[in-house]
Write a protein that binds this ligand. Sequence first.
Ligand code: PLP
Length: 423
Amino acid sequence: MNRFNLWKSVLPTSTLIPWTKQANLVQSKIVKANGPYIYTSTQKIVDFTSGAMVVNLGHNNKYILDSIKEHTKSGISYIPSNMATYQRDKLSDRLLSISKMNVGKVLYGNAGADVNEMACFLSKEYYSYQDKPKNKILTFSNSFHGGSTVGASLLSGDARRVEKEKYYSLPMEPIMENPLMSDSGKSSLQQISDLLTEDVSAVLIEGSSGSAGCILYPEGYLKKLETMCREKDILVICDEVMSGFGRTGEFFAHFKQDIQPDIITCAKGITSGYSQLGAVIINKKVSDVFEYNPVMCGLTYSGHILGSTIANSCLDLYLKNDMAIIKNHKGNVLSLEGERIKNKYDWIKDYRNNGMLGCFEFSLNEEKLGELSENLMLEGIYCMRIRQNIFTAPPLITDDSIIVDTMQRMDRVFEKMDLNFIF
Ligand code: PLP
């Protein structure tokens, strides 16, 4: 048995695991979870990226679990979209109010990919129903907006789009240049301005960049982009799937940039992972078009009662005591530790974070990056890795002391890496 087998289940699995080759695949088998920790039968692991930036409120939250138990007393398993549930309508009202839309509508899906696809479809319908067909959607290079539905895959600018592109093509273009801090986003805005042609129905942006490597928006950047869109009658869709629900220290990350999107998409933190749910929050300008024109999309599980119930409990917690969980986020602790660690190693290119959404960017090859992730797991630290970025995005409820301790342990793992030969 080699040392890695300590944390891995080496049994072959019949489950097809996304985004990887299956041969010789080994995985940790998680048997329980509590707060910021997940456990195998032999190891306690800090869930330092909240799963996939999902479990914002931590595992095993009694308030949320009690609401699930309470819901089961109704006996309701499933209600189709053409009937109402108290939980779903209550959630819609609350999401609209939090989004500062107050009036408008919410369309539900199951997760991030499908709500992004539906949001983009609605933006095309919005113009088409007014006899102004506009078929193009623009997104940022390296962005990720979902990996399975065709629409969301083609919206994504990262490598996960490539395989889908072989088989499908749609006018969805991840070609907007990401902003640079060094020029306050000027060259990016110039490039985007040239792309905003008459056939563009919407730009799809993230409230704060995630998978691309937490690329930070310069001050005022999104405001300028929004103004350009308004001038050209183009809708702004803001994907808050990863950055929403307190992750960056505001309820939605785009609040920090003072913009008012026409459509907001969200998933992940909406239920903190206790069930699947996605939502498309739509302002009145857009939703009015559907008063007398049909909404030609939807899913069997749109606004499932269990997901809606859990989302309402999560909202109770996010909003409790004037959003204390969100406002007391420990993003500054991550910044301090991340910056300190980055400065120690010349093979760490950068550390960037927006509140509790952060990542180290490494200049290492694939083999060394894999080794680094494995060594972190051996140390009992789970951090999601996407290409050259290893993320730090613990649940919002994680204590300062756990964050500092985990970052210091990460530092010790980095210290032990034998990387002299690289430079
Ligand atoms: N949008 C963003 C910004 C994401 O980060 C993700 C997933 O990480 C998605 C959409 C896709 O979400 P899902 O995997 O729930 O479909």
